[in-house]
Design a protein around this ligand. Sequence first.
Ligand SMILES: [Cu+2]
Length: 375
Amino acid sequence: MGKSGKQDMLGRRSLLMGGLAAAGGTAICAGAALAQQASHGGGHRMAASDAMAAPMPSMGHGAMITVGDVDSAANGFDPTDMLTDWDTGTVTTLPDGRTLRTFEMTAEDREIEIAPGIRFPAWTYNGRVPGPALRAKEGERLKIVFRNYASHPHSIHFHGIHAARMDGVPGAGMVDPGDEFVYEFDAKPFGCHLYHCHAMPLRRHIHKGMYGAFVIDPDPERHPDQIDVARSRLFGTPENAGWQELVMVMNAFDTNFDAENEFYAVNTVAHAFMKRPIRIVKEKPVRIYLVNVIEFDPINSFHLHANFFDYYEQGTTLTPTLKTVDLITQCQAQRGILEFTFAEHEPGLYMFHPHQTEFTELGWVGMFDVVEALA
Ligand SMILES: [Cu+2]
């Protein structure tokens, strides 16, 4: 969307409507179209790209979401697939017997489609926004090999415990185009963390797309008093397989570079989980690794409909820091783990969204499709 004097005078919501209409037939504001669809019986179904993706629900009057689909194949990433797409790197054993886990990361410039017909000139890790969801175990040695194929200097700044020279700030792990740097540190503390570029100007490098989730699972042997809980959090254990785990990065895009966001989402694509609700097996408890990386707006939140959850602030404890809540608030870079179950619920579509309702209208809203069993 180009910036014009006229658009400057419009609010963000007006800009969204105008911009979508201006984008031509690929994307229009959907209120009328969906209302018409509902009044003609709804039932519109869309092909699911993943076993977890359910058909699009029919919307009542007043539903207002983007129409059409983002070309996930062209993007090279799919918001539904990203919910469960963990990058666990490659594992070797060090001479002292410890595990060394190595991740390969790149920086690449890439134009991505964030809503139907709306393209954004992103700066990416590994060609995707958000970057790969890295997952390791407490106490492992981590090595992140970072190569910069992009047009600007970038870094990876990990939220974790490490030496100053591994911090990914100017003078410590900043990587010029064509260069490489290896970050190395121990995986600690366990929790739900994030990484992002720390080149200046910082907010530009973040809002352009350079961020991702960084989860360190607790090592059960280090937590004998809560060994069962720790096992359930450790990726790859039978206890962990009893959970349905999802990684959600709440992000937003300033498509006209006026230091305000025009589109909001989880995993980049506006309204993706309204069009393809996330399928949840009723009996299986749900654990969400939730990270907020929006720029410009200080506060984001997550509200679950018709249910309550336990929350682990930053994921660094094995007992909840908040019990039985239906909303949590996250400032920029804040994150945590949500746990809940639909075991006692009737099957159906259950909404989730931030209670900054403007964000909801601008793309950040989705549905859980609770089913008895996967078809
Ligand atoms: Cu950067």
